[in-house]
Design a protein around this ligand. Sequence first.
Ligand SMILES: [Fe+2]
Ligand SMILES: [Fe+2]
Length: 137
Amino acid sequence: MPLIEWSPVFNVNVKKSDDQHKKLVELINQLHDSMKAGQANASLGNILQSLITYTATHFKEEEQMLQLNGYPDLVKHKAIHAEFVKKVIEIQKKFQESASGAVLSMGILSFLKEWLMGHIKVEDKKYGVFLNAKGIK
Ligand SMILES: [Fe+2]
Ligand SMILES: [Fe+2]
C-alpha cells in the first residue's frame, strides 16, 4: 500500500498544480517503497535528490504563477516553501553524513507526508480558490 493515497480532497482545482502535486506524492511513495524494500542507500539517495529537485521546480513554478496573477499572500507562501526546502536539505545532509543511511526513517517519511499534504490542503487550496475566481483552472 502506498504511503499516500491521492484523494480529491487534495485537489486545488488548478490542473498544472494538481498534476505537479501528484508527481510529488509519487516521489514520496517511491521513497517509502524503496526504504521498506531495504534498497541500497545509493538508490534512496537518488530518489531523495529527485524529490528535492522536483519540489524546487514545483515551488518555483507555483510562485511564478501566483506572482503573475497578483496573489496577495505570495510573500507568506514563499516563506513557507523556503522553510520546507531548508528542512528537506537538512534531512538530505544528515542522510549523506550517515554511513548506514539509517537516518531515513518512517518518522522522516511521515514528516514529508504530513507537511506536503497539509500544505496542499491548506495553503495551496487558498490560492486555488483565488485563481478559480479569476477563471484560472
Ligand atoms: Fe505551495
Ligand atoms: Fe504546491
